[in-house]
Ligand binder design. Sequence first.
Ligand code: NAG
Ligand code: NAG
Ligand code: NAG
Length: 500
Amino acid sequence: MLFITMTAQTTVVLCLLVKAAWGEMKFPPGFRFGAATAAYQIEGSWNVSDKAESVWDRFTHEHKYYVDSGSNGDVACDSYNRWKDDVRIAKELNLHFYRFSISWPRLLPTAFSNKISDDGRNYYNQLIDALLEEGIEPIVTLFHLDLPQRLQDLGGWANPLIIDWFANYARVVFSLYGDRVKTWITINEPLLICEMSYSDSNLAPGIESIELGNYLCAKNVLLAHATAWRIYDEEFRPKYHGKVSLTNILIWYEPTTGNDSNLGNLANQLCNGIYTHPIFSKTGNWPQSVIKIVDERSKLLGYPYSLLPEFTKKEIEFIKGTYDFFGMNYYISKSIRKSLVNEHIPLWPLEGVPILGAILESQPTWTSGATKWFSAHPPGLRKVLNWIRHNYGDQEIYIMENGYATADTELEDFDRISYLKDHLEQVLLAMKDGVNVTRYTIWSLMDNFEWSDGYTIKFGLYEVDFSSPERTRTPRKSAEYYKNVIETHSLSDFYVKNEL
Ligand SMILES: *[C@@H]1O[C@H](CO)[C@@H](O)[C@H](O)[C@H]1NC(C)=O
Ligand SMILES: *[C@@H]1O[C@H](CO)[C@@H](O)[C@H](O)[C@H]1NC(C)=O
Ligand SMILES: *[C@@H]1O[C@H](CO)[C@@H](O)[C@H](O)[C@H]1NC(C)=O
């Protein structure tokens, strides 16, 4: 009797302990998990039916030397033909949602609404319907780097007319799919579209227009997003009740020493705030610190006015508040320090910040992935989430991408599991800090064409066999891990420990 009582008490105590531990590791009931891909990176079929050429088709075909191994997205994961496989593996993982993007030149061969491609329209209809049938929410990105080449020929994102061109496209997409798609991303990662595509030649369209094109692009991207949001708000929200925002890639710039903290603040505004402040802050407009830095720089270079184009008062009001959630992607942090005398300062946003005279590095304790820019620092995610709250108040935050790059096709990808676990842990810690994160998305559902890294780096929960005509998708260990996180709605710490 005594023995039984003691056991019962011990069991109760143990249960409480376990519950406390799990309680901290648990995500709240409404929290949703998903995985992401993007059209050019998976679809292939670049020249079927009436599909037009995108900047990435042109870039990979003409500038083979810029992309690793001269590869391209001509076939990629062949998702244009094998979308049923994508839905099947999304279901296998029990994803709450699947984030994919629509190819503008596939849907609108002229880039305008005068001609909607039947095949393009049907392709996305089938995909959306199949996902819904499996109980997986489709989250759709309108623009994920694959601009119609026809528009690039007219200046692309540097031409202010793109605001209307994009709005016209957005209206078509909302009207075709808005009855079933309730969560929209207008534009993915302005930092890549404007800074990296204009500052070095690694990303299409590969225009070197540092300190000019990047700023013109930034203004137009923000206005295009705001216009699309307002179109949804006025014409579609009343009947469809969905949510629209953009997603920014946020890099956490960590001061290397205590003396670099101001540099860290400035870099966070220059690379992150430039695309978020105009939309999410109470005042709107570019961050004041960025206006000041670029103004001084422009004067120094003898320009007649600031290289950062001004917003009119009307534009500031027009852009401000055009969101229904805060979308963000996070992969890496960078350690920032003042450059030494005569030290070469490489291009930003990954290696240096010339305008600040600063060098970007990794710290010794941070881990690197398969590619040199990948400096993983999980606490950076918590810091960036708190940075959002500090700058823009309480926001509902959707993490729309986070993932780990490996160099080989390894199925036993414990490094990826550690990365995911460590980052999910930081999400939970940030939530304890009071940050309201409600969605988490892994990049990527499967290996795909990783832009200038081609097929040399892998981000997939599923391995894709690019040498087989079937482009066979095979789950990695991380797929099992993530499936378990989703099913238990908590961090599967035990799985990692047991298996490692
Ligand atoms: C489409 O592109 C492929 C190369 O990716 C080429 O072999 C094929 O001939 C092209 N098809 C058409 C119809 O142009
Ligand atoms: C910070 O700056 C001060 C003053 O210039 C200098 O004395 C100190 O060594 C610096 N600290 C570090 C960690 O670099
Ligand atoms: C997070 O944001 C959503 C949407 O605004 C809201 O419904 C929810 O109550 C918020 N949660 C917390 C913990 O603030």
